[in-house]
Design a binder for this molecule. Structure first.
Ligand SMILES: Nc1ncnc2c1ncn2[C@@H]1O[C@H](COP(=O)(O)OP(=O)(O)O)[C@@H](O)[C@H]1O
Ligand SMILES: [Mg+2]
Length: 394
């Protein structure tokens, strides 16, 4: 199609006017489409739920399940380039899309990041350290590994986990049988990890384009509640040299894994200044939402630029920021706050509200986020505290 052309080095470029197909119609696809449409791209998304968050802002939504070959074919026909907003894309669907359309991110990175063991090996091969781990195939093996690592340690399913699901923190040898029985029901390999007594969790999102250009966003300090991301604080409250080291590690991983598009790298920082990579996500990431107002380029624009092979944008941080997630239980207090001129407002603090257009505000469901811009992260944290919005049900 006319939107596709070639760069001087022969790599393919998708110019604005072209159509980006997004597998998955959730909030990540929505923010990708909002950003890409501003640049003049068209969007078509595939998602089983009608009026999905991305469907609401895309040109079109194909309503079908992710493994529907006809629907995937239709997505391929309508798109100049295809991306995805979740990593558990079926291998057959990826193959079909790659045959019928252009999927610059390829299938290899998905294959690697869909499986914790493959992912850890790839990170190690890039020369980056992960928490000590062992593959577990039986309860006896688990017992031996627990003895070796000591408690606590964490048993995880190799595939399909998110927001702490598919995990068991083993606190004593008595739990070995139950932990093994419970997690082995998922019918996937298991991996045991040594528990890292981290001082902070950090993440860095890096982007790489087919031209080979690589850029990292500033490191975020992440705070989880019930294994769900609650806050991303930027700049991270740690030394500049650690922030830079985290950003270097993410770029090294992006290069070693031949990433096209975004890669989110979650890390543990220990008291003695060591960084261990926890996991990767080959897509926009919740801990990168702060970039939407706080950086010269958002993670979503950067992803569009990378998959379309435009030059990457500057990742410079414009202002300190704290991103706070809005879960189902926070929606009502947030809506009261936003409409009430009397509600907590703090000089020098600007709260940018993002809501994803989801119908049902279920408990702990990600409904939106707020980027709180301030002169210092502490002022943003104070605002979050004073607003009382995040007091509910935590
Ligand atoms: N080996 C570990 N040591 C210490 N904490 C861990 C370890 N693995 C996971 N956690 C904690 O659990 C959270 C979720 O684990 P993660 O592997 O990132 O799975 P998910 O796919 O659910 O995000 C992490 O952000 C961290 O707080
Ligand atoms: Mg995680």
């Amino acid at each position: 199609m006319s939107a596709a052309g070639n760069n001087r080095d022969g790599s393919r470029v998708i110019r604005p006017g072209g159509t980006i197909g997004v597998l998955g119609g959730g909030q990540l696809g929505r923010m990708l489409a909002l950003s890409g449409r501003a640049m003049g791209y068209r969007f078509v998304t595939l998602d089983p739920t009608p009026d999905a968050p991305c469907g609401q802002v895309a040109d079109r939504q194909i309503v079908a399940s992710y493994d529907d070959a006809k629907a995937a074919q239709s997505l391929a026909e309508q798109s100049d380039v295809i991306t995805y907003e979740f990593e558990n894309v079926d291998a057959d669907v990826t193959e079909l899309l790659m045959r019928q359309s252009y999927v610059p991110q390829g299938s290899k990175l998905l294959y690697t990041t869909q499986h914790r063991l493959r992912e850890k090996r790839a990170i190690e091969a890039a020369g980056v350290q992960v928490a000590p781990y062992a593959e577990i195939a039986s309860a006896e093996q688990l017992r031996e590994a627990v003895v070796q690592f000591g408690t606590p340690c964490v048993l995880k399913t190799a595939t399909g986990g998110y927001d702490g699901k598919g995990q068991w923190v083993i606190r004593s040898l008595d739990e070995v049988e139950e932990a093994y029985d419970t997690l082995s029901r998922a019918k996937t390999e298991l991996v045991l990890e040594q528990f890292i007594r981290f001082e902070k969790e950090l993440s860095v999102i890096a982007a790489r384009s087919p031209r080979g250009e690589v850029k990292a966003f500033p490191a975020a300090e992440n705070i989880h509640i019930n294994n769900i991301l609650h806050l991303s604080i930027v700049p991270a409250r740690t030394s500049e040299s650690i922030q830079q080291e985290a950003e270097r590690l993410a770029m090294r991983i992006a290069e070693a894994l031949d990433v096209i598009g975004l890669i989110a790298v979650e890390m543990f920082l220990t008291r003695d200044g060591q960084l261990f990579v926890n996991e990767l996500a080959p897509r926009p990431h919740n801990s990168g939402h702060y970039t939407m107002e706080a950086c010269q380029t958002s993670q979503f624009e950067q992803h569009v630029r990378a998959i379309c092979n435009l030059p990457l944008g500057s990742t410079k941080l414009l202002t300190p920021v704290v991103m706070v997630n809005v879960l189902g239980q926070h929606v009502e207090p947030l809506l009261d706050w936003i409409a009430d001129p009397e509600s907590e407002r703090q000089p020098g603090v600007t709260a940018k509200v993002h809501l994803y257009g989801k119908q049902e505000a279920k408990h702990n469901r990600k409904m939106g986020h707020v980027n709180v811009l301030a002169d210092a992260p502490e002022a943003a944290l104070q605002w979050i505290e004073a607003s009382n919005i995040w007091k509910t049900n935590q």
